[in-house]
Design a protein. Structure first.
Length: 252
């Protein structure tokens, strides 16, 4: 009964949806890796040990374009730098004890696991969501990488399946509740970040515009949050919210 209850929990439901949907994009990486000259075994090894899609695509893109492995690795490291910031945020949320548990968790700190974990209302749900997303997405990513690499000779254009749109669609679904409930500053940060990414995309290497867009979050350090007028702004609502947040839980 406990297992059934866990499967029905919002944390597991969200994790399964994100893990399966985003994991399907591993087909595109497997195909790209095989096209760049990697064997299926090498493609799978990359997905297992790098396990961060943008960095993997950056590495393969440089290699496929005739660039050096060093240049590809530097680009991958640049894109992977954002995971360090995610780790700092999740360290407090997950509060894991023990070196081995932290090392395993560090391997799973990526965009999707962070987003799903931080969307949960308390620490227990955040841990469950992080672990479930890590396991499901990690497994499906590796499996689909292998399938994509093996199927390269039969599927000439994996991009025609539109798998590259899965990731952005998932993130929009995760962010929308925060935007809807957020204040004017939240919308300003989102708009400025999107604008920076769009403006920089034609000028900078792939992945760098996303890192640049993250600088919009610095606005959060300036002044108090201004809530959008509405039911949530009714007298006493702020006090109630303050009371709800007194307990231990995830704070975004």
């Amino acid at each position: 009964m406990k297992a059934i209850s866990l499967l029905r929990s919002p944390a597991v439901r969200d994790s399964l949806g994100v893990g399966v949907a985003v994991g399907a994009a591993g087909l595109a990486f497997g195909t790209a890796a095989a096209t760049a000259g990697l064997s299926p075994a090498q493609a799978v090894f990359t997905s297992m040990f790098m396990f961060t899609g943008a960095s993997q695509f950056a590495l393969i893109g440089v290699v496929a374009g005739g660039g050096s492995l060093v240049a590809g690795a530097l680009g991958a490291l640049l894109l992977g730098a954002r995971n360090t910031l995610y780790g700092l945020r999740l360290a407090d949320v997950l509060d894991l004890r023990g070196g081995l548990r932290r090392a395993l968790a560090a391997h799973g700190v990526i965009d999707e696991t962070t987003a799903v974990a931080l969307a949960q209302p308390d620490r227990a749900s955040a841990r469950l969501a992080f672990t479930t997303t890590y396991v499901v997405l990690g497994t499906s990513w590796v499996v689909t990488t292998l399938v994509g690499a093996l199927a390269t000779e039969r599927v000439s254009d994996i991009g025609a399946l539109g798998l590259d749109a899965v990731g952005p669609a998932i993130f929009l679904a995760l962010l929308w509740p925060r935007l809807r409930e957020g204040g004017a500053r939240t919308w300003l940060i989102a708009g400025l970040g999107a604008g920076l990414a769009l403006a920089a995309t034609p000028l900078l290497p792939p992945g760098v515009p996303v890192l640049l867009a993250a600088s919009a979050a610095l606005i959060a350090l300036v002044g108090p949050e201004m809530r959008v007028a509405g039911p949530a702004a009714a007298p006493g609502a702020a006090d109630a919210k303050e009371s709800d947040n007194d307990g231990e839980g995830v704070r975004s």
